[in-house]
Design a protein around this ligand. Structure first.
Ligand code: NAD
Length: 467
């Protein structure tokens, strides 16, 4: 779907006009292409004294061969040297030309609010030294795991800081807060890679929790899903098509599912990616059983289930028919529950398996005319949060994405004025692309994301709606 305004403001004349008139200036976002390094450009790494995650961050940066700089801080230099990285000390008063593609700060050592000034000391000198489409990552301890209320308070405070930086960084930059529970130090890498890379182009101001897991995957990061089987519902078009293509790019065999009326479109997608097509309506009473039978007969089990199929039937509640209510609830929520129940009961989801759901910012903020849709998508969040602990004990994770305004047929049908508002009312001043949702799902799906559980990550460019 075309966004002519973004095309215009990326031309010389458009940029000049938008700047002088004070209009939004959406930047063409960096997006991942196969073969690209995780990050191109300098990274500034820092941390508060006694941080327990600086070494894990330094190791991940070493693994991706990042060009790492630090301030002259002994504890950070030691962690960086121990990870095998060359220590480059940045003196911001002397080297004024350097621009950073990423800023990574380990705040896990902060145990009281007075020490939050460390965050100021790290970020203040560098905020005018970031490149376009930069990445800011703050790493902290899950407040729930802290030893004292004062420590939990300080860690929780990082959330407001991160969300504010997301609004200040501009020029396509993002800011994220990654909380690691004690013992999850070896689970950070897949999440750091995702948030550092252009794969997270339209994800900003998110808070992610990572937990300890006994699964430590050593994998080919270029094909992390090699040998995996993924089921993607609603795969014939839009976001589902992008998910199917992205998981296949990462090495998975994709079973694409869609309604029989779209079987031809579905087959076009699955044949392009060497996957298989399953044409059925997920609301049919026998669909969970049929899905289980298909998986059992052709693959023996499944590693990744992506519940993407979804519909809207927008009306204010006073004008809504029960048929519109039932249809949305059934497709968007109840059939997902029935499919999960059947696959789990039959033991079809393999060890280190993934259930990934597609919610919506309407499920977080609510939306005029979407009481049915908002309810179904909030229910998806409830499903993720309620199932996460028990599934984790079975070495299966469940997470959700909550897209904001994504350029698809669904949003192309929105009236012009509302569509433009949806597109611009976010920190990126533009809509996201289906691939932005798909890349986030691919991060959850990675075998290296075994500790990423129970999260709801918005893919919305930090939309003002429900912020
Ligand atoms: N586009 C956005 O901006 C946006 C924002 C937030 C959330 N979402 C969610 O993302 C998901 C994909 O949205 P999209 O924009 O690609 O929509 P879309 O309408 O282009 O695609 C949805 C797909 O789901 C399939 N589907 C619908 N009912 C089905 C059923 N009963 N059985 C099997 N398949 C069925 C459709 O045939 C279609 O292929 C949905 O869950 C939607 O609610 C989209």
């Amino acid at each position: 779907m075309s966004d002519r305004y973004t095309q215009f403001t990326n031309s010389a004349l458009g940029r000049l006009l938008a700047k002088n008139l004070g209009l939004p200036m959406p930047l063409n976002l960096d997006r991942y292409q196969p073969g690209m390094p995780v990050i191109s450009g300098a990274v500034l790494l820092g941390g508060a004294p006694d941080g327990q995650l600086t070494s894990a961050a330094a190791t991940a940066l070493n693994n991706i061969q990042a060009e790492v700089h630090t301030y002259a801080q002994d504890h950070v230099s030691q962690a960086v040297a121990a990870a095998g990285l060359d220590v480059k000390v940045w003196n911001h008063e002397v080297d004024t030309e350097l621009r950073f593609k990423a800023l990574v700060f380990d705040a896990s050592g902060i145990t009281k609010s007075e020490d939050l000034v460390q965050v100021y000391h790290f970020f203040h000198p560098v905020m005018r030294k970031v490149a376009d489409c930069s990445r800011i990552i703050i790493i902290g301890r899950t407040p729930e795991s802290c030893d004292s209320p004062r420590q939990a308070t300080a860690q929780r405070a990082l959330e407001g800081f991160t969300r504010s930086l997301g609004k200040e960084v501009k020029k396509g930059g993002t800011a994220q807060l990654v909380y690691a529970a004690p013992g999850a130090e070896d689970q950070l890498e897949s999440t750091l890679r995702f948030f550092l890379s252009p794969r997270s182009a339209y994800v900003s101001a998110q808070v992610v929790r990572i937990f300890p897991s006994t699964t430590t995957a050593s994998l080919d990061w270029a094909k992390p899903l090699a040998g995996k089987v993924a089921l993607v519902t609603g795969a014939s078009r839009g976001i589902g098509e992008a998910i199917a293509k992205t998981l296949a790019r990462d090495g998975a065999h994709v079973i694409g599912l869609d309604i029989p009326a779209l079987a031809d479109d579905l087959r076009v997608v699955t044949s392009l990616i060497g996957g298989s097509a399953l044409a059925l309506d997920i609301t049919a009473a026998d669909s969970p059983q049929k899905i289980a039978e298909h998986i059992k007969a052709h693959h023996g089990g499944v590693d990744i289930i992506v519940h993407n199929a979804g519909v809207t039937r927008d009306k204010t509640l006073a004008n809504m028919t029960q048929q519109q209510w039932d249809m949305v609830m059934n497709i968007n929520l109840s059939s997902e529950e029935r499919i999960n129940d059947e696959l789990l009961a039959q033991g079809m989801i393999r060890d280190n398996g993934r259930i990934i759901c597609v919610s919506s910012i309407s499920g977080i903020a609510g939306n005029m005319g979407q009481s049915n849709y908002g309810m179904s998508k909030a229910g998806v969040i409830g499903m993720v949060q309620s199932m996460a602990p028990t599934l984790f004990a079975r070495n299966i994770t469940i997470n959700a994405v909550a897209p904001g305004f994504i350029e698809t047929q669904m949003t192309a049908a929105i009236p012009f004025a509302i569509r433009e508002a949806g597109r611009r009312m976010n920190s990126m001043s533009q809509g996201g692309l289906p691939v932005d949702v798909a890349e986030t799902i691919a991060w959850y799906a990675s075998p290296a994301s075994a500790g990423v559980n129970g999260n709801i990550v918005r893919v919305c460019g930090q939309s003002l709606i429900g912020a």
